[in-house]
Write a protein that binds this ligand. Structure first.
Ligand SMILES: [Zn+2]
Length: 228
């Protein structure tokens, strides 16, 4: 069967999909029951965004179990399954793992892609107390602008999740003037537009996004420094 994924909505693939308006969505003949007060909502509402009365939870669960793929791929593969038990069991495992690993609930956690983290890290033993200490510090760090990225960061160490505050235009210009347009690493003169702002002491080593910690590097030197 040739399935044009872009033309198929989840509602066409879930057997018995029924949108009951304010009462919520029922699928698989009620086996995957997504409603306020339903099992999925009760276990996951502190850890998930979206409305339980629409198909948000279902789509998120499908995205997670498909490791980020379009939810319709999973549905296309499983449309003839007798029920959604594997998806429901997987969903419960994800939520239980998130709660066991990060028991302290904070608002931005609703935006964390828990399933994708579960797929990657469920087998790796974690120390919830040590993780909580790191999370608490990062939540209070004003240089961390994307708070919802904190939980991914403490697991995989990729700073890009955190949206570390960038130096503003004035700070960049002031650093450029102090250096007389010279890149301190290769001692070559560049135009401002050819340079990038750099934390002299990297953020991960405690360097803040403050003027005294700003230098302008040429793009090549900045890339080399970043790669270290
Ligand atoms: Zn340079």
């Amino acid at each position: 069967m040739n399935i044009e994924l872009h033309e198929i909505a989840v509602r066409d693939l879930v057997a018995g999909y029924e949108d009951k308006g304010d009462e919520g969505v029922v699928g698989y003949g009620g086996k995957l029951d997504i409603r306020p007060g339903c099992a999925a909502y009760k276990i996951a509402s502190s850890y998930m965004d979206g409305s339980p009365i629409r198909q948000d939870y279902l789509e998120t669960a499908l995205r997670w179990i498909g490791n980020g793929a379009d939810p319709r791929f999973y549905m296309a593969l499983h449309q003839h399954d007798p029920n959604a038990n594997p998806l429901w069991l997987y969903f419960q495992q994800v939520v239980n793992w998130a709660k066991a690993t990060f028991p302290v609930v904070r608002a931005p956690m609703k935006k964390v892609p828990w399933g994708l983290l579960y797929n990657k890290f469920a087998e790796v033993p974690q120390d919830p107390k040590a993780l909580e200490a790191r999370v608490a510090k990062l939540v209070a760090d004003s240089d961390v602008q994307k708070k919802s990225g904190i939980w991914e960061y403490v697991l995989d160490g990729d700073e890009r999740h955190l949206g570390i505050r960038a130096f503003d235009d004035n700070t960049r210009l002031e650093a450029y003037e102090r250096q007389h347009g010279i890149c301190p690493l290769c001692s070559t003169h560049f135009e401002l537009s050819q340079m990038e702002a750099d934390h002299i002491t990297p953020w991960r080593d405690g360097g803040r996004t403050v003027p005294a910690n700003c230098q302008m590097l040429c793009k090549d030197c900045n890339r080399r420094k970043g790669a270290k």
